[in-house]
Design a protein around this ligand. Structure first.
Ligand code: TA6
Length: 303
C-alpha cells in the first residue's frame, strides 16, 4: 500500500489543479479523483479500478457495494473490475484467482491528460514473478479511462514477445439500477448465450432481458450496443463497444447475494453487470507484433 508521502508525490507528478488529483481513497488505497466540467470520477491504482463516473447533470452511474473490501489481494466489489488474462475460474487451476490477477494488482499511473473537457487517466500493469506463477507471458497491459460526457474504457495489449498470446478479458462493469426487477436490457434479442445458471446450456435470447432470478449469461458473437433501461432512475445507459465479441450479463439475485460477504443482503436489487468482454470461444489470440485494444463506451440519457 502506498504511503501518504508517495500519494502526495504522485499528485505532484500527475495532478492537474482543479481537474484531477491523486488522493488517499478507501482503505488508504491511492485513487485518482476527477472533477472535470463534464463529469466527476474515480479510479483506484488497485486493479486500475474505476469506481465512480458521474456525468454533470446526471446521478452516479456505477454501483459499488457498501460492504466492499479495500485491500491488497481483494477485488473491489462494484465499479469496473478488469478481468485478465482469464475470465471466471482458470481452466485446470482451482487455486488461481477468479477473473485473473490484474484486478487485485497494484497498477502504475502512466499519465493524466485533459482533452477538451474530458480527462483521460492511463495506467499500466507489467508482468512480474508473481504473474508468471499463473501466466508465463511477458506483458505490459495499458488501461485508459476517459471521464467526460461519456465514459470510455480501453484495454490495450501489445504482444512484444515471439509467441502468440491467448487470453480472455472483461470489463466487468456494475451499473446502478433503482430496482432490478423493473430494469430491462435491450440489444441482445436473437443472440445465442451460455446460461451459467443452467449447466452452461447454450440458449437463444428472446426479446429484452428481464431479471427475475439469478442471471449469469455469456452472450456470444455479438458486437451490439446494449441498452439498460431503468424506469425507476428514469434513465437509459448505453454500452457500446469495439473489438469485443461477447457480452456478459449478471445479477446474483438473493441467494447468491447472501453468500457474498462483500455485498449487502439487499444490494443485488440495485445493481446489474453488463460486461464488455472476449471470453470462452471468443478469447483473443494475439500474434507476435500484434496489438489488441478492447473498448467500451458508456453513455447515459434521462427520460
Ligand atoms: O461475470 C459474472 C461472474 O462470472 C459470475 O459468475 C460471478 O462469479 C461474478 O462474475 C462475480 O465474480 P467475483 O469473482 O467478482 O465474485
Amino acid at each position: 500500500m502506498e504511503t501518504a508521502g508517495a500519494i502526495a508525490d504522485l499528485d505532484r507528478r500527475f495532478g492537474i489543479p482543479g481537474i484531477a488529483s491523486v488522493v488517499e481513497g478507501n482503505g488508504g488505497l491511492p485513487k485518482v479523483r476527477i472533477t472535470s466540467p463534464q463529469a466527476t470520477g474515480e479510479m483506484y491504482l488497485h486493479g486500475a479500478h474505476v469506481t465512480s463516473w458521474k456525468p454533470t447533470g446526471a446521478d452516479e452511474v456505477l454501483f459499488v457495494s457498501t460492504q466492499s473490501r479495500w485491500e491488497d489481494g481483494h477485488a473491489i466489489r462494484g465499479g469496473v473490475p478488469v478481468c485478465f488474462p482469464w475470465f471466471g475460474n482458470k481452466e485446470g487451476d482451482p487455486k488461481a484467482p477468479a477473473h485473473g490477477f490484474v484486478r487485485t494488482k497494484a497498477w502504475q499511473l502512466e499519465s493524466i491528460t485533459q482533452a477538451g473537457e474530458a480527462v483521460t487517466v492511463s495506467m499500466f500493469a507489467e508482468s512480474d514473478a508473481n504473474t508468471k506463477n499463473w501466466w508465463p507471458a511477458d506483458f505490459r497491459l495499458v488501461y485508459r479511462a476517459t471521464f467526460g460526457s461519456e465514459l470510455s474504457l480501453e484495454l490495450v495489449l501489445p504482444n512484444t514477445g515471439t509467441t502468440s498470446l491467448r487470453f480472455e478479458e472483461a470489463l466487468h462493469a456494475y451499473y446502478r439500477v433503482g430496482q432490478i426487477e423493473k430494469a430491462r436490457v435491450r440489444g441482445l434479442d436473437g443472440v445465442h448465450y451460455i446460461d451459467k445458471t443452467d449447466g452452461n446450456r447454450e440458449k437463444n435470447q428472446q426479446g429484452d432481458i428481464l431479471i427475475t432470478s439469478e442471471t449469469d449469461r455469456v452472450y456470444l458473437n455479438t458486437s451490439s450496443t446494449v441498452e439498460l433501461e431503468d424506469p425507476v432512475l428514469h434513465r437509459r445507459t448505453a454500452v457500446a463497444k469495439d473489438n469485443s465479441r461477447t457480452t456478459v450479463v449478471w445479477n446474483p439475485w438473493v441467494e447468491k447475494a447472501h453468500s457474498m460477504s462483500d455485498l449487502a443482503d439487499d444490494e443485488w436489487q440495485r445493481m446489474i453487470c453488463v460486461e464488455t468482454s472476449n471470453v470462452a470461444d471468443f478469447a483473443v489470440n494475439l500474434e507476435p507484433g500484434g496489438r489488441h485494444t478492447m473498448k467500451a463506451i458508456v453513455r447515459v440519457a434521462g427520460f
